[in-house]
Design a protein around this ligand. Sequence first.
Ligand code: PMP
Length: 355
Amino acid sequence: MPARPAPRLRADVSQLPRYVPGRAAPSDRVDKLSSNENPYPPLPSVVAVMREELERVNRYPDPANGALVTELSEALAVPPEHLVPGTGSLGVTRDLLRAAAGEGDEVLFAWRSFEAYPQLAWANGATAVQVPLREERHDLEAMADAVTDRTRVIIVCNPNNPTGTAVHRDELEHLLDRVPGDVLVVLDEAYREFVDDPDVPDGIEVYRERPNVAVLRTFSKAYGLARLRVGYAVAHPPVAAALRACAVPFGVSGLAQAAARASLNAESELLERVRTLVDERARVTRTLRAAGWTVPDSQANFVWSRLGSQARAFTDACEAAGIMVRPFGDEGVRITIGTPEANDRLLKIASDWRA
Ligand code: PMP
């Protein structure tokens, strides 16, 4: 065959930062504490709704996510025009960046934070500006100092993945007072339901007073629907309309819409599970600290420890015992809170483990 020219792609595509996903579990017998998933399977009532929905997969889903928007609007007490569901909160993040930050613009966020931010910013042609954490927490003062004329979006991951630490109300209000009103501030609240510290603001209360604030939430974590890919933004109408304009049509499957609605219906049962995970988070933190580990206070469904060059060795020790945790280079390790039994197994290894 004669040689054919390869398609011409963007020159910088091969240089883009990649999102390195956690590995899939090799079998169901493994305790997967590596991807911040909910360890509990969907409730029978949610599965029943999905079964019914399976009968309709020959038809496209509602592209406006109408029923889901109506029910979210009631649950959160926000107007329906302020709600934009998307393909996981990751899909919504991508659309927000498309809407607000292109070539030559800057997207500012803390580092370390959620690994998808650099990839999504760069893939969109914008420049990612990363402001180091201070003692494992967002340094909002340094972030405000890093704002330039080119800054179009600031992402505050609250609680922060992977450290679990959360920004307090007064700190966030101070940042918002300092940042120009034409910069979009995105509060990524993927782990909001796990917050039990009253000083951590509810982004939806913050957004009500601030037209430049958008909030991201997801059904992947507390609601246990990670595989279905459904999340949403809450934002004022100009931002929400821009988001809809940038979204992939039919981006939320019918199964995902139905399961998300059924989960809202079963919220009290699901939040009961969240309470168990929050209690377990306290137990895991306490036990790790008693074993000599340094673990910052977490407000999410995972804990972080800066093990440095030992992160890989600890991950390997866990893996040898059938437990998956998530190492981040030679910085640290993130451990998702699982069922009490899985946490017991993890804690046994962590307590015995010596660097
Ligand atoms: N934001 C943060 C901070 C996350 O940690 C994650 C998942 N790891 C997401 C967003 C993505 O969530 P979703 O499944 O809704 O795309």
